[in-house]
Design a protein around this ligand. Structure first.
Ligand code: 5AD
Ligand code: SF4
Length: 464
């Protein structure tokens, strides 16, 4: 048997990359690579990169600068350290990466990650490779599943990619170019993966995709199924207590998906639905394919189906041509929807996207608008936390808390909740009375009396 080699993987950007990073680690584990958290020790370093905004892409090059020193050190010690750049920067920049950073041995796009073992074997022979095709074979069929030990180490919440790519072509976005057209995985394959995760102790599964609610995978009879159908199918898997999905597009928020929030108890009352702007003029320039009123009416329909649903969103400020009046419309939309939270970004010009050639908003104006929007979002987040003081709800405990004696978990609405309780309760769900809120967390106590069972599959913490 060959010696164990060490693999260091660093993930940037979205949850899809976190998922791909895990699957690359699982696949390399089959080849005898054990994961390390220390890059100095690694025989193989993989940077799984993000290209969504300029800042994210540039981070990779500063990291490669640091890695160059590690690689030189390893060589001085007689070790061969391979460096791979994977993910969306790899896809977008390809050969250019090796020109800017010649230390890189492998460049591998998101659709080719299953080819990592073969490329690494070639690189060990001194070959370099750039692999940014969209191969005909399905990467999911070739990637190794996680071992039960890996699943347990990663915790009780897991992501599962169900869909990749995007056909929407928002004018600011690189995703349609880096991740390609929409492709959905078959229902059965996702079911098998989720069942396996549940056996490994996972209780909370988030289905992920760039445009997850456009999901249209085939079932075992070859019939196309929607995300609502998939959620209904996964609801039947024992052990999985909570289902979530992200990220959705307003145009794909179908009636059946809205109804799933009402009818499927495992579907959690939380919806991340990016709107990007509150101005019809800007939404049109972004090619979002919906207006402000359409978004508001979707929110109203979702809330009619599930009145307690918490909503979050993404915003871009300073999109080309955005005026003060347009920006006011965004602020007004935040007021109207009362988001639990939101992510907001300054518009970043991405080469090759249609908006790169439009008239740009000055940087200082973007910064000032972003600060104002973030202040408003912050106040909504505070209110969202405060509103739950005095409530009682189920918390899924995930890990030890900040202070000894505490454990921390998630509410159905994704709050982080700190509770004084034994660590044996990690991986279980219990009812918690919420006593206090702070900026980032809620603090609560177990709704007494609570009986703890250590049987992992039973989700067996019950208020007696
Ligand atoms: N500039 C700024 N933000 C962007 N996003 C996508 N492309 C850009 C860009 N060019 C944001 C959007 C999207 C989130 C994932 O990133 O808000 O929803
Ligand atoms: Fe990008 Fe728009 Fe597709 Fe989202 S919906 S991935 S923002 S093109």
């Amino acid at each position: 048997m060959s010696e164990t080699r060490k693999l260091y993987v660093k993930s940037y950007g979205c949850q899809m990359n976190v998922y791909d990073s895990h699957r690359m680690a699982d696949t390399m584990a089959r080849e005898g690579y054990a994961e390390t958290a220390v890059p100095e020790d690694a025989d193989l370093i993989v940077l799984n990169t993000c290209h969504i905004r300029e800042k994210a892409a540039e981070k990779v090059y500063s990291e490669l600068g640091r890695i160059r020193i590690l690689k030189q050190q390893a060589e001085a010690d007689g070790r061969n350290m391979l460096v791979a750049v994977a993910g969306c920067v790899a896809q977008a920049e390809g050969e250019e990466i090796r020109r800017r950073a010649p230390l890189v041995d492998l460049v591998i796009g998101p659709q080719s990650i299953h080819r990592l073992p073969a490329l690494v074997a070639r690189a060990r022979q001194g070959e370099t490779a750039v692999e940014t095709e969209f191969p005909a074979e399905d990467k999911f069929d070739h990637l190794a599943p996680p071992s039960q030990t890996a699943t347990r180490t990663r915790g009780v919440s897991a992501f599962v990619t169900v869909q990749e790519g995007c056909d929407k072509f928002c004018t600011f976005c690189v995703v349609p170019y880096t991740r390609g057209v929409e492709v959905s995985r078959p229902v059965e394959k996702i079911g098998e993966e989720v069942a396996r995760l549940a056996e490994g102790g996972v209780r909370d599964v988030t289905l992920i995709g760039q445009n997850v609610n456009a999901y249209h995978g085939a079932d075992s009879a070859g019939r196309e199924r929607s995300l609502a159908d998939l959620l209904a199918h996964l609801s039947k898997i024992d052990g999985v207590a909570r289902l979530r999905y992200t990220t959705s597009h307003p145009r794909d928020m179908g009636d059946d998906l809205i109804a799933a929030h009402r009818d499927l108890p495992k579907v959690m009352p939380y919806l991340h639905l990016p709107v990007q702007s509150g101005s019809d003029r800007i939404l049109a320039a972004m090619n979002r394919q919906h207006g402000r009123q359409e978004y508001l009416s979707i929110v109203a329909r979702v809330r009619a189906a599930r009145p307690d649903i918490a909503m979050s969103s993404d915003f871009i400020v300073g999109f080309p041509g955005e005026t003060e009046a347009d920006f006011d419309e965004t602020l007004d939309l935040v007021e109207r929807v009362q988001f639990a939270t939101a992510y907001s970004f300054k518009y970043s010009t991405r080469p090759g996207t249609p908006s790169a050639d439009m008239e740009q908003v000055p940087e200082d104006v973007k910064s000032e608008r972003l600060a104002r929007l973030q202040l408003l979002i912050e106040s909504k987040w505070r209110k969202f936390n405060e509103d739950y003081v005095g409530d009682c709800f189920d918390v899924l405990f995930e890990k030890p808390g900040r202070y000894s004696g505490q454990i921390t978990g998630r509410s159905p609405y994704l709050h982080q909740v700190q509770v004084e309780a034994p660590v044996e309760m990690i991986g279980t769900i219990a009812r918690v009375n919420i006593l206090q809120s702070s900026r980032n967390s809620l603090f609560g106590e177990l709704a007494a009396p609570t009986r703890v069972s250590t049987m992992p599959a039973a989700l067996a913490v019950e208020g007696a």
